[in-house]
Design a binder for this molecule. Structure first.
Ligand code: GTP
Length: 444
């Protein structure tokens, strides 16, 4: 099964470029710990999923369509891929114009969106025709700008109309909490509320969390978007690189299977990904890992709603009736654990079947799924990813709704949106949709 990646705006394009590099570096990795035959099969599967082999050419092509309203980032992303010499973007599958959306969702959605639709959808159609079996789309965007968010929302709606039977998963980058663009929370509310109607799932990644992972776990001193995007792509690859169900060892983690396990109800579409271990190459040389320790830490990251293993609150217990201070244990609707590397088959994961980890109406046997892949990933001898549909998004969602509502109550900057054709009711609809989502998650 193949997946088409749609890269939207500066962030979406930069993340996309890094994603294909992470994946292609991984298939070339030497420390794979399986036989060369198994490694070859794995590589072929990865290529089929993310890349297209072109007859007569050695270099594989990403199954991707790139959209931005400025040409700079797309040009740079294509060039970096080409220079790497392992993969490239397909020719003429890039759409750009001369002017960005000025961090204005309405400009992206109401003006650029309809103008670019026909050409972009032709590109998508062309990409879809290259797939023997298309499982769906992964679209990458940030919530805060104007192009990824506004044009991205419009393109996602067009994808839904033109590919009604394909799955659509969005990966959205949440803005830093403070000090970026004043209207970032408007853009985020408008994007999320619209995507909630079209996407099958939305994977949430917060720049603040990713930044902390870079500084505390990866020991990076000067943190760039490139470093942050490495973390994002480690997370995405740990979910999407081939792995099979531990139940039958056959079912593969294509989009349909992932969604089937994690998004059983249309009210609950927000997913988060936690990984362990994550460390700098230098530290890795001196570390050895055991599954029980890794899985215990990962479980506590879930329970205490922590983005990383460092500084987790061990006082929070699954099943605590009363919150300790403002901390309450995190409950899930569904969890998918993906184990990669050594001894994955015999690893005991029964602690993830604890009913206290789940909301009262979830049967843990149905809410929990486990995928395994004996091939090592990204030089980690053992590594695990936990993809959860849990209460985690409540805090960041609350934050953007509150901030956006305070501005909206004073009608601050609203004219910048209405001048492009958006109405005040469109804002209200956005708030109502997200308040409903929030209320549903609070019931977990
Ligand atoms: P316009 O600039 O308005 O045309 O829209 P755009 O969609 O191109 O904007 P952009 O993607 O730059 O959105 C801004 C938001 O994305 C801010 O929250 C930035 O922190 C974040 N951002 C931009 N580039 C990156 C990136 O490469 N990685 C990450 N993680 N975040 C990014």
């Amino acid at each position: 099964m193949s997946m088409i990646t749609v890269q939207l705006g500066q962030c979406g394009n930069q993340v996309g470029g890094q994603l294909f590099s992470t994946i292609s570096n991984d298939i070339d990795g030497k420390q794979h710990m399986v036989s060369s035959k198994e490694n070859k099969e794995y590589g072929d599967q990865v290529v089929q999923r993310f890349f297209n082999r072109v007859d007569g050419h050695d270099i594989i092509e990403a199954r991707a369509v790139m959209v931005d309203m400025e040409s700079k980032v797309i040009a740079k992303t294509c060039l970096e891929a080409k220079k790497g010499g392992k993969w490239k973007y397909p020719d003429k599958q890039q759409y750009c114009q001369k002017r960005g959306s000025g961090n204005n969702w309405a400009h992206g959605y109401c003006i650029h969106g309809p103008n670019v639709k026909e050409t972009v959808m032709e590109m998508v159609q062309k990409e879809a025709e290259k797939c023997d079996r298309l499982s769906g789309f992964l679209s990458l965007l940030s919530l805060a700008g104007g192009t990824g968010s506004g044009v991205g929302t419009f393109i996602n709606e067009s994808l839904r109309d033109e590919f009604p039977h394909s799955f659509i998963m969005n990966q959205v980058v949440w803005p830093y909490n403070t000090g970026e663009v004043i209207v970032q929370n408007y853009n985020a509310v408008l994007t999320l509320s619209h995507l909630y109607q079209t996407a099958d799932a939305i994977v949430v990644m917060e720049n603040d969390h990713l930044h902390k992972i870079c500084s505390r776990l990866l020991d990076i001193k000067k943190i760039s978007f490139k470093a942050i995007n490495h973390v994002i792509c480690h997370k995405l690859s740990s979910l999407f690189l081939p792995a099979s169900s531990s139940d039958d060892n056959i079912s593969q983690n294509d989009l349909g299977m992932i969604l089937h396990h994690l998004v059983g109800h249309p009210e609950y579409k927000l997913l988060t990904i936690r990984n362990i271990p994550q460390m700098s190459d230098r530290s890795m040389e001196f570390s050895s890992f055991h599954w029980p320790g890794l899985l215990k830490h990962l479980r506590q990251m879930l329970v205490a709603d922590a983005a990383m293993e460092e500084g987790i609150d061990w006082q929070v217990n699954a099943g605590d009736e009363t919150p300790r201070g403002s901390v309450q244990h995190n409950r899930s609707l569904a969890n998918m654990l993906v184990l990669r590397g050594k001894d994955v088959i015999s690893t005991d994961t029964s602690s993830y079947l604890d009913p206290k980890l789940y909301t009262s109406w979830t049967d843990p046997e149905l809410g929990f799924s486990k995928l395994i892949q004996p091939r090592a990933f990204n030089s980690y001898e053992k590594c695990a990813a936990l993809i959860s549909n849990s209460r985690s998004p409540i805090r960041p969602l609350n934050h953007i709704i509150d901030k956006a509502w305070n501005m909206f109550a004073a009608r601050a900057y609203v004219h910048q949106y209405t001048q492009h054709g958006l109405n005040e009711e469109d804002f209200i609809d956005g708030f109502v949709t997200l308040e409903q989502v929030l209320a549903s998650y609070k019931k977990l």
